[in-house]
Design a protein around this ligand. Structure first.
Ligand code: GLU
Length: 469
């Protein structure tokens, strides 16, 4: 059997959001599962939308997630170049060949004529499409015009032909060519459009399976027309379900969908991002199993990808992230927390703090909210305290804590519980006053453990300061 070869073909027009990266993940899983090859091809033919930083970001995303590629930018390969902008001669040659076969034609219509045509069609309530004005030009006329005028090459869509194919996810699909415009294949600047380039490259790069978003389905008849005209075999097609935002429209940055790099910088772990993305359209048991990339390679299955749209639920990502944070060893978390802790934070101290907050963390960036007070004295003012006895709480805590010689949690708890009892206070009220004085916040890790980490001197100093506030 022919070896499976799939590709991820991003356009470097910006930083892709998480939904686009799902396509890369699914392609990668399919490859690794079948011991095939994963190819990254950069579809950079749209010069107007080209963004020079985009390529680096796309590759950074793949590397961060561990989606290594066998052929593509940086790695090379036997079917390169892997940048479409470096393959123009191949597209030009193919476009000419299509003209020779009668499957495409030169078009000299000016942008002004096309615009006028579109306006007229819209005014009549018709769907704008090319009127085949240049299809009737004779060979001689074409040759003459080619010498002096700008032109494009258009696909000649067969008239009223039903294009049918079996989509590995969407099932049997048929589209009548009547509904399809004569697509521009080669632009006047010599660059191909997506439709020509994708077919030429998938063919020359020997792609066996095309797995991409469902929004490309309506383009398939154009591609099939080209494959047929050239007598090329068609790769297997699989169109992934659409990802919707919370308002049930196509997921976009508007819904807060960010790039994987943004999520990383907010403190989401790659394991959580991968696990979360896998369930965007694919299902396995209760869709909440914790699955690593290696697990996914074993259980991922094209058959379990649903046809129906799926919904992007950030709470689910949060849930996975919390789970993966808890699975980390404390020392691993300390490493992962590096970008989120003060630069001079001591590793030993961090190792003591991590177990106190690990259970409640959702993102790594929660660190500063939960534990920033260890590194920076809080700004405490009297309005933070909600209990009218707070001064009394703090004064008595101060004198009790001063007397402690061994600064450990049981000793601290011992003396504090005693003053609570002696004064008939409510435990919660007392500790809230202490918490605010020491951490400047109503929510902190266990406060007695925190005091141990802060040390006696610092804890007493903070109580003193709070009394002055
Ligand atoms: N360049 C297209 C994109 O960015 C690729 C579509 C395809 O995979 O055929 O979505």
């Amino acid at each position: 059997m022919e070896k499976l070869r799939v590709r991820f073909a991003p356009s470097p027009t910006g930083v892709p959001h998480i939904g686009n990266t799902r396509t890369a993940l699914f392609n990668w899983l399919l490859t690794r599962q079948n011991k095939g090859q994963f190819i990254v091809r950069i579809e950079d033919t749209d010069r107007k939308r080209f963004n020079s930083q985009s390529l680096d970001k796309i590759l950074e995303i793949l590397k961060f997630l561990g989606l290594n590629w066998d052929e593509g930018p940086q790695t090379g390969g036997s079917y390169g170049p892997y940048f479409q902008s470096q393959r123009l001669d191949l597209y030009q040659k193919t476009a000419e060949e299509l003209v020779k076969k009668g499957a495409a034609y030169y078009c000299f219509c000016s942008p002004q004529r096309l615009e006028k045509l579109r306006k007229e069609q819209r005014a009549k309530g018709q769907i704008p499409r090319y009127d085949r004005h240049c299809l009737s030009l004779s060979k001689a006329e074409v040759e003459k015009k080619k010498r002096t005028e700008k032109y494009v090459i258009r696909l000649k869509m067969p008239d009223s032909k039903i294009f049918s194919w079996h989509d590995l996810i969407q099932g049997d699909i048929s589209i009548n060519s009547k509904e399809v415009d004569d697509q521009v294949l080669l632009k006047s600047d010599g660059f191909p459009t997506y439709h020509l380039a994708v077919v030429v490259d998938d063919h020359l790069m020997r792609i066996t399976h095309v797995v991409r978003g469902v929004e490309w389905i309506s383009s398939v008849p154009k591609h099939l027309a080209i494959y047929e005209a050239l007598g090329w075999p068609v790769p297997k097609l699989a169109h992934l379900p659409l990802i919707l935002g919370s308002d049930r429209t196509k997921l976009s940055k508007r819904h807060g969908a960010k790039s994987i790099l943004d999520y990383r910088d907010e403190g989401y772990l790659k394991e959580a991002l991968i696990n979360f993305m896998a369930y965007l359209g694919w299902s396995y048991r209760d869709n909440a199993q914790l699955l690593s990339l290696e697990d996914l390679v074993k259980v991922f299955n094209l058959k379990n990808i649903q046809k129906q749209n799926c919904v992007f639920d950030i709470q689910k990502l949060d849930w996975f992230n919390g789970q993966y944070i808890r699975m980390k060893l404390d020392k691993e978390l300390v490493e992962l927390l590096k970008p989120f802790v003060p630069q001079n934070a001591d590793k030993e101290i961090l190792l003591k703090i991590v177990p106190l907050i690990k259970e409640r963390m959702i993102k790594l960036s929660d660190f500063s909210k939960m534990a920033g007070f260890f590194f920076k004295r809080p700004n405490v003012n009297s309005s933070l305290f909600d209990n009218k006895n707070y001064q009394d709480h703090l004064k008595k805590a101060l004198s009790a804590l001063q007397s402690i010689e061994v600064w450990k949690e049981p000793e601290i708890t011992g003396v504090l519980m005693k003053i609570i009892k002696d004064n008939g206070w409510k435990t919660g009220d007392f500790f809230m006053s202490l918490r605010i004085a020491v951490a400047g916040s109503h929510q902190t890790p266990p406060i007695n453990d925190s005091a141990v980490i802060l040390g006696k001197e610092e804890t007493l100093l903070r109580l003193n300061e709070a009394l002055k506030a």
